[in-house]
Design a protein. Structure first.
Length: 380
């Protein structure tokens, strides 16, 4: 006979974003109020189950004081490093610690796990759960919006709003000083943040990793705006994963040998100044995009996802990820989303909109291919 569900774990994994607490809250409310289950919040993603003593918090109704829906970050903590299958040990060696994770789930007596993560976390944690025969349901979150099979993920709307607001703040100072402002934004290898916020924030140039550009193309657009149209300033948005003309993606090294994208904004600033003679300045938004109060859209998405994820657990529909498509919450097999990040479609509606507005988005050939996407979906 199948064991009834009595206790579930919830964890956040990968880079944080706004709206994670709203998912945790929604999942806990549904699990406790509707199904009468116990809910344990796992601390620091997979680490809380690998560490001994185990690290977790009991999430009962007294825990939720009313503020969590509104708070950025994750009340549970998270990590975006330390793959349990290839875990970096203090002596520099690597070890498979997946067994510690599986043991942790058993020691806590969890009947299922709700995992709130991006494409990388979905891939790793679903493999861990498969190894331990643990029932898992995924909830997509990432500011990058690069998870397959869902139109949008928790955290993206807030991040895109932050970028739009940054452009709203850059425009008046650009106009006052007759400058070209370059704004470098996050998104890893995908241009969803840059394109969405670039359109909403009135950019003249939007560079995304999915479409190659030329420096001449960028310079021509800026000259057209400044000299042809007589506007004294221009706004450029560049996604951090864009390449230089030489074909490199600039990176920054951090402690522990971690490499992150960063630097394309400074590169472009110099190039644009040289090619156009305009005065240029650069702004790097960085982790500002990940923090802050979640937008109304992220809170709604998070709430709908949290409820649906727990309903899937109740139905024992494991190995699924909740998703948002065509104004509905649906669920899709985890296998179909763990195929890598979802790129932006250069033939999609938003690129068409940007080009229709006369925004320079790179060089388009007839042969521009749409990326492989199991389920389609535009990123708004
Ligand atoms: O994946 C989310 C993200 O914010 C990316 O947009 C960015 O490239 C990366 O994480 C930054 O990672 P970290 O927080 O480790 O600096």
């Amino acid at each position: 006979m199948t064991k009834p569900i009595k206790r579930i774990g919830v964890l956040t994994s990968g880079g944080d974003c706004a709206g994670l607490n709203a998912v945790i809250r929604a999942a806990a409310f549904r699990a406790i109020r509707t199904y009468g289950w116990e809910v344990f919040g796992i601390v620091d993603g997979t680490m809380g189950l690998m560490n001994r003593p185990l690290q977790y918090r009991t999430l009962d109704m007294h825990f939720f004081t009313g503020n969590h829906l509104r708070e950025g970050g994750t009340m549970l903590g998270t990590t975006n490093k330390g793959d349990p299958f290839n875990f970096p040990m203090p002596d520099g060696s690597r070890r498979d610690r997946s067994g510690d994770f599986v043991e942790g789930v058993k020691l806590l007596g969890l009947d299922a796990l709700v995992v709130i993560g991006g494409d990388g976390s979905m891939r790793i944690v679903s493999k861990l759960c498969a190894a331990g025969n643990i029932g898992m349901v995924g909830v997509p979150k990432t500011i990058d919006n690069d998870v397959h099979c869902t139109d949008t993920s928790v955290g993206f709307s807030t991040a895109a709003n932050v970028v739009t607001e940054a452009l709203d703040r850059l425009q008046p100072t650009a106009a006052s000083h007759h400058r070209v402002m370059i704004l470098e934004v996050m998104g890893r290898d995908a241009g969803h943040i840059a394109l969405n916020a670039g359109i909403a924030g009135g950019a003249d140039v939007i560079l995304i990793p999915e479409v190659p550009y030329t420096l001449e193309g960028v310079a021509d657009k800026i000259k057209e705006v400044l000299h042809g149209e007589g506007r004294s300033h221009a706004l450029v948005v560049v996604a951090e994963g864009c390449k230089t003309a030489e074909g490199d993606v600039p990176t920054v090294s951090y402690t522990g040998g971690q490499q992150r994208y960063g630097g394309i904004g400074h590169y472009l600033t110099q190039q644009i100044a040289d090619l156009t003679g305009a005065e240029t300045r650069v702004t790097i938004l960085g982790h500002v995009q990940r923090g802050g109060t979640p937008s109304m859209h992220d809170r709604l998405l998070a709430s709908a996802f949290g409820v649906h994820a727990v309903d899937l657990v109740a139905q024992r529909k494991f190995g699924r990820m909740v998703a948002w498509r065509d104004r509905s919450v649906i669920d899709v097999p985890l296998d179909s989303v763990t195929i890598g990040p979802r790129s932006l479609d250069p033939n999609g509606a938003l690129v068409h909109t940007a080009r229709g507005l006369g925004i320079y988005c790179g060089e388009f050939g007839e042969d521009m291919e749409s990326p492989r996407d199991c389920c389609g979906g535009e990123s708004i």
